[in-house]
Ligand binder design. Structure first.
Ligand SMILES: Cc1ncc(COP(=O)(O)O)c(C=O)c1O
Length: 454
């Protein structure tokens, strides 16, 4: 294996897909799940770069790392503290491992309609009220670039003798230079999961999990990585991780990226209607600890546009595509591979649209939950209950049998086992009206919801 035998002369497409370096585990190529050869050496380079006890390469994105990390830190049925704005892989772990989630809702940033940082004070209060919590899981930076105070959160977690795991899928570029800071490894987190492919030049799915803990067992994490990942990891992906690690030792690349962003900042100062988080707007200190300037989050709230409409204009008239748009905002993700011209062009396009007559005063479209719905069953229990479809209007007070997300970013509006309330129904109705990408795990009709038949 692989059956293509790297015979690129035999089939033309193999060359295009890089089959000539597509190896499997043979003596010389080592074994990801029991590394003691070249892969071990590569991972040691990562440990030196990030200053960790262990750094393991991953080929199934942060998703595999999140499942493995949570499993390694918990026993079946444990209680864990989870930031409500976590990615769906965290919710999958909760369901799979029969965990009891206690949710913490991050601070809310009204002007951008996004979640802010996780409050250390609230975290501490929840831990005092729930001394049986075994793990804290949060996302930092968030999809939109919001960073939490990891140092303070780690210190609290360790005082309660529990680990802090940080989903840093969007932060693999942090603390590798003085230009982008606020990373979770330096902050003292026990386990940090990064998608290299999201913010550094590496192939899709390539990721890394870092371990720096006196509480968690490294062997247990390593075992779970072999449970949740393929037994045939792609050498293309692992070679990509290795090359990326070599590349990012050169801090001048981060400096150039930073300088491009500062040029963008200077140019967009002239915007009158669009606002850009941390660029043309100051950061609200009461709800945000830190921000990753690699993210360009454009607010349309003071204009006649929704973020989706702006994305549409930029796509059709200016031939640009974006990471995410929703009712209030448009998100551009930048990286060191963006050219100065790219960012200059984006600034020009925004200025062009901004100078038209777009000022507006429309109501905010409420699409994220402001209170965590009451839980009736933990997800693993709710999963085995029978369910039936019911119209949205009649669903208030019933228990949801499904997960509902607006994607991206995929933060749940409601999870399985939670009680549907008026706020949830209103968010779903807004998502339908605004044509957002509403994803549900059971019901297909947008006006229906699967509820437990109890
Ligand atoms: C915050 C966050 N965590 C985890 C993930 C999963 O990462 P991956 O796609 O590398 O599996 C994503 C993906 O979008 C994400 O946004």
């Amino acid at each position: 294996m692989p059956a293509h035998k790297r015979n690129t002369a035999f089939i033309e497409y193999l060359q295009k897909f890089g089959a000539d370096i597509d190896f499997t585990e043979i003596q010389a190529t080592d074994d990801l799940h029991h590394a003691d050869g070249i892969l071990k050496e590569c991972m040691q380079k990562a440990e030196t770069l990030w200053n960790t006890q262990h750094s393991f390469f991953m080929v199934n994105g942060s998703t595999g790392g999140i499942l493995s990390g949570i499993r390694a830190c918990t026993h079946y049925g444990d209680k864990i503290l989870v930031a409500r704005n976590c990615h769906k892989s965290v919710y999958n772990a909760i369901e799979l491992f029969g965990l009891q989630p206690v949710y913490i809702l991050p601070e809310y940033i009204e002007s951008y309609h996004i979640y802010g940082s996780v409050s250390p004070e609230k975290t501490e209060r929840i831990l005092q009220e729930n001394p049986d919590i075994k793990l804290i899981v949060i996302t930092s930076p968030t999809y939109e670039g919001i960073i939490s105070d990891i140092q303070h959160l780690s210190e609290i977690a360790h005082r309660f003798h529990i680990p802090l795991m940080v989903d840093e899928a969007h932060g693999s570029h942090l603390d590798l230079s003085p230009y982008f800071t606020g990373g979770a490894i330096r902050g003292g987190a026990d386990i940090v999961v990064q998608s290299l492919h999201k913010t550094l030049p590496s192939l899709t799915q390539s990721a890394i999990i870092h371990f720096n803990s006196e509480i968690v067992c490294a062997k247990s994490l390593q075992r779970q990585l072999a449970v949740f990942q393929t037994s045939s990891p792609s050498y293309l992906l692992m070679a990509s991780i290795d090359s990326c690690i070599e590349l990012v030792k050169d801090t001048s690349l981060f400096q150039a990226w930073h300088e491009n962003l500062m040029m963008f900042k200077e140019k967009t100062k002239a915007l009158q209607n669009f606002r850009i988080f941390g660029y043309t707007d100051t950061i609200p200190k009461n709800s945000v600890f830190g921000f990753d300037y690699g993210k360009i989050l454009i607010s349309c709230t003071d204009t006649v546009f929704t973020g989706n409409r702006l994305a549409d204009i930029l796509h059709k008239q200016y031939h640009m595509d974006f990471e995410m748009s929703n009712t209030e905002t448009l998100l551009a993700m930048t990286s060191m591979a963006d050219t100065k011209e790219n960012l200059f062009y984006l600034a020009e396009c925004l200025l062009n649209i901004d100078k038209q007559d777009i000022q507006g005063n429309r109501p905010l479209y409420q699409t994220i939950v402001r209170t965590v719905p009451e839980s009736h069953f933990i997800p693993s229990v709710a999963l085995s209950e029978p369910y039936k479809m019911i119209t949205l209007e009649k669903s208030i007070g019933k228990v949801s049998a499904e997960y509902i997300w607006i994607y991206p970013p995929g933060i749940p509006v409601i999870t399985i086992g939670e009680v549907i309330n008026e706020e949830i129904v209103q968010i779903i109705q807004t998502a339908i009206r605004q044509n957002l990408n509403l994803q549900k795990t059971i019901s297909e009709n947008p006006y229906e919801i699967a509820t437990l038949d109890i």
